[in-house]
Design a binder for this molecule. Sequence first.
Ligand code: HEM
Length: 142
Amino acid sequence: MAAKGADRGTREDSVTSLLDSIGGKEAVKVVVDRFYQAVWDDAILAEYFVDSDRERLKAHQTAFVSAALDEAPYLGRSMRAAHAGAGIDSESYDRMVGHLAHAMADSAIPTPVIESVVRRLSPLRSEILQDAEPAAYAEALA
Ligand code: HEM
């Protein structure tokens, strides 16, 4: 029988059932709550979020992480559009990914799943990091 659920998501299913294997969207919600708590408690990151609607942000992030774990497309805004003009630097980006990894570890998500999520995020780095400030774009277009 399904001792510790070990017969799910470990063999033929291994590529597509990461989301199910960790407990589905409900488990992701718990991770996202922990993740943003850490982000909002982090003085370096909190200032980026002063104008954000926190509940909306958590809902979008839950959808995003669930899609990443399910190999499904995320239907929201592109990551480039969502972060455009925020002036996010490398240090902030790395702190954010660190908080996400810790939130997953604190939620007892297995290390290989965490590594897989972090790997899937890595192509987004160049979309999210933008050195140019919005004012610089405005001047360039004026
Ligand atoms: C692994 C990297 C990241 C992922 C996967 C990610 C994902 C997301 C998602 C799914 C949203 C919601 C998009 C929407 O509302 O349409 C969002 C919004 C946002 N992200 Fe990120 N993000 C990442 C890194 C960062 C970093 C490093 C920062 C800043 C230090 C940041 C700051 C923000 C802000 C301020 C918003 C809210 C925008 C708004 O209120 O409209 N994100 N992010």
